[in-house]
Design a protein around this ligand. Structure first.
Ligand code: SAH
Length: 498
C-alpha cells in the first residue's frame, strides 16, 4: 500500500516545510510498526521547489488472518476473510487510513510546534494513491472528493493489461490536487474517505468509531452532499451508530447555520445602547429576567446550556456574584465566536478563571456539568426534535441536577402579535416546535414532578391579556431532600442510548 503527498514551494515558502508539517524529517527514512505490519515514511524528492513524502505500508498478511479470526467484522466467515486477505497488501483501505492516523497523528490535528503558523496555511497539495478499491467506481470517488475542494483524477485500473477484454478491476488510480486546503484537512479527508471507498473495515466497528468519524469530519462532513453514504459506510452500515452520527452531524449543521436569531439579538443590543427611548428588545428583556431569577436564587456557579455566541455569558461575567460561568454548546463555530466576543485570549487571569466554554451535546449526560448551582436553557429546547427532549431532560434534571434550572421558550400563542410573522409560521426556521402556555406548563410540570423540582412560571415581555407574553420562562427549584439522581429507567436508557 502506497500513498504519496507532494507540495511545491518557493525560496520563501519552501516545499520542504512538508517535513515540519508531517513531523518527519525529509533526510531520514523512518519505520513504524503497526499491528498489521510495518509503515515506512520516506521522501523520494525534497527541494524548496518540490517535496514528496511517501507512506508505504507493508501488511503482514499472517497477522491479519490471525487477528481476523479473533474478531474481524463480528467473527467474519472464512469466505469474507479470504477476499479480505487477498487485496489487503496493496489496496489502500482502512489499514492505510489507520496507518495514516498513527504515523501522522500530530499533522492530522493541525499542530506543529516548530512552526506553529504552518498548519493553518493552505498550500498546493497533490496526493496520489496507485490503487484505491472503489466500490461505486470512479464516479463515486469524484462525488466524495470534489465537494471538498479537490480536483480529482480517478482512472479505473484494468483487471489485467494482457486481457483488456476482462474489463476494469474495482480499483482506481487516484490523484487529488488542491490549492485551497491545509495538510491537516487533506489527511482527515483521506482518513475518512479511503475506508469509505473500500467499504470494508479490517476491524470491528465499536461505538467510539462515531467519535473518531466526527472528529476527523469536523468542518467538512456536516456539509458534505454524500454525508449519509460516508457515515453509513464508515460505520460499516451499523444503523444504530449511523443514526447517532447523523443526528450529531445534523445538530452541528443546524447549530452552525443558526446564526440569524443571534444576529437579530446582536442588532437589538446595539440599537438599545444607541436609543434609550425605544422599547427594550425582547432578547434583552429575556436576559434581564434570567439575571434577576439567578440573583434571586443566590446562584454563584452557573451553566449556560446552549450558550450560542456567548451573550448571556458576557452579561453574567459583569456581575461578580457569579463566580463561575460555564457556557456549553454543540456548535464549535458558535463557541469560537463566543470566545472572540469574550476576548478569552486577552482576559486577565482572574476573569479567565471564572469562565469556561465547553463543547458538548445536551442530549448526552456529561459529568462536567455536575455540581453547579444553576443552569440556564435560554431559547434552546425548541431547537431539539421532540423525541430527543427526554434525553436532554435526563441529562439536565436527572444527572447534572443543579438546584435551579431556568428554561425559556417562545409562546406560540403570541405569534399572532408579531407584525412581520406570517400566520402559522414559527419565529425561527430551526425551531422544531413552539409551545402554547398550556403545553409548556404541562411539560414543565411533568419534568418537575419526575425529578423532584418545583416549577414556577414567569412571563417575559408584555403579558398580553389574550395571548400571554412573547417568551415564557419556567423557574425550576430542587425540592429539599431530592438531591440524589432521579429519572425513570426508560429515560436513563434513552439518555444512554442517545
Ligand atoms: N442561548 C442562546 C442561543 C440560543 S440558539 C441565546 O439565547 O442567544 C440555540 C442554541 O442551542 C444554539 O447555539 C445551538 O447550537 C444550541 N444547541 C442546539 N441543540 C443543542 C444540543 N443538543 N446541545 C447543545 N447545544 C445545542
Amino acid at each position: 500500500m502506497f500513498l504519496t503527498i507532494s507540495t511545491t514551494g518557493t525560496a520563501e515558502r519552501p516545499a520542504t516545510d512538508l517535513g515540519y508539517l508531517l513531523h518527519k524529517h525529509p533526510d531520514n527514512a523512518q519505520t513504524f510498526s503497526t499491528s498489521y505490519g510495518t509503515a515506512h515514511v520516506l521522501y523520494p524528492e525534497a527541494s524548496a521547489e518540490r517535496c514528496t513524502a511517501a507512506l508505504l505500508l507493508e501488511v503482514d498478511a499472517v497477522a491479519l488472518v490471525r487477528r481476523g479470526k479473533g474478531k474481524g467484522r463480528g467473527g467474519a466467515p472464512d469466505a469474507a476473510l479470504a477476499q479480505y486477505v487477498n487485496d489487503r497488501p496493496y489496496a489502500a483501505s482502512s489499514l492505510l487510513a489507520v496507518a495514516l492516523s498513527a504515523v501522522f497523528s500530530t499533522a492530522m490535528k493541525g499542530q506543529c510546534r516548530a512552526k506553529p503558523e504552518l498548519p493553518g496555511e493552505t498550500r498546493p497539495l497533490r496526493v496520489e494513491v496507485p490503487a484505491v478499491p472503489a466500490r461505486g467506481g470512479a464516479d463515486l470517488v469524484r462525488q466524495l472528493f470534489a465537494p471538498l475542494g479537490w480536483t480529482v483524477t480517478a482512472e479505473p485500473v484494468v483487471l489485467d493489461p494482457e486481457f483488456p477484454e476482462w474489463g476494469d478491476s474495482r480499483y482506481v488510480r487516484l490523484v487529488l490536487e488542491s490549492e485551497s486546503l491545509t495538510l491537516a484537512e487533506a489527511l482527515r479527508h483521506l482518513y475518512v474517505l479511503l475506508p469509505v471507498l473500500d467499504d470494508a473495515k479490517h476491524y470491528w466497528v465499536a461505538p467510539d468509531e462515531v467519535d473518531k468519524l466526527l472528529r476527523a469530519g469536523e468542518g467538512w462532513l456536516a456539509e458534505h452532499p454524500e454525508q449519509k453514504l460516508i457515515t453509513s459506510r464508515y460505520l460499516s452500515r451499523r444503523w444504530s451508530l449511523t443514526r447517532e452520527a447523523m443526528e450529531r452531524l445534523e445538530l452541528v449543521r443546524l447549530a452552525e447555520t443558526d446564526d440569524s436569531e443571534v444576529e437579530e439579538i446582536d442588532n437589538a443590543v446595539e440599537e438599545e445602547t444607541e436609543t434609550e427611548e425605544r422599547p427594550t428588545p425582547l432578547a434583552v428583556q429575556r436576559r434581564d429576567a434570567i439575571l434577576a431569577a439567578l440573583r434571586a436564587s443566590g446562584a454563584a456557579r452557573v451553566l449556560d446550556l446552549g450558550c450560542g455566541q456567548g451573550q448571556l455569558v458576557q452579561a453574567l461575567l459583569k456581575d461578580p456574584a457569579f463566580t463561575e460561568i460555564v457556557g456549553v454548546d454543540v456548535s464549535m463555530r458558535a463557541l469560537t465566536i463566543a470566545s472572540r466576543r469574550l476576548k478569552l485570549d486577552r482576559m486577565g487571569e482572574r476573569q479567565a478563571a471564572r469562565v469556561q466554554l465547553l463543547q458538548g451535546s445536551l442530549a448526552y449526560t456529561d459529568k462536567r456539568l455536575k455540581g453547579y448551582d444553576a443552569a440556564v436553557l435560554c431559547e434552546v429546547v425548541e431547537h431539539l426534535d421532540l423525541p430527543r427532549l427526554p434525553a436532554l431532560e435526563y441529562a439536565v434534571f436527572g444527572a447534572a441536577r443543579p438546584r435551579t434550572v431556568l428554561v425559556t421558550t417562545p409562546n406560540v400563542e403570541y405569534n399572532v402579535r408579531w407584525e412581520t410573522l406570517p400566520a402559522g409560521h414559527s419565529r425561527h426556521s430551526d425551531h422544531r416546535f413552539e409551545w402554547t402556555r398550556e403545553e409548556f406548563r404541562a411539560w414543565a410540570t411533568t419534568v418537575a414532578e419526575r425529578h423532584g423540582y418545583e416549577a414556577e412560571f414567569v412571563p417575559v415581555g408584555p403579558d398580553d391579556p389574550e395571548v400571554g407574553p412573547p417568551t415564557q420562562m419556567a423557574v425550576f427549584t430542587l425540592r429539599t431532600g431530592s438531591e440524589t439522581v432521579t429519572g425513570t429507567t426508560t429515560e436513563k436508557k434513552e439518555a444512554k442510548a442517545a
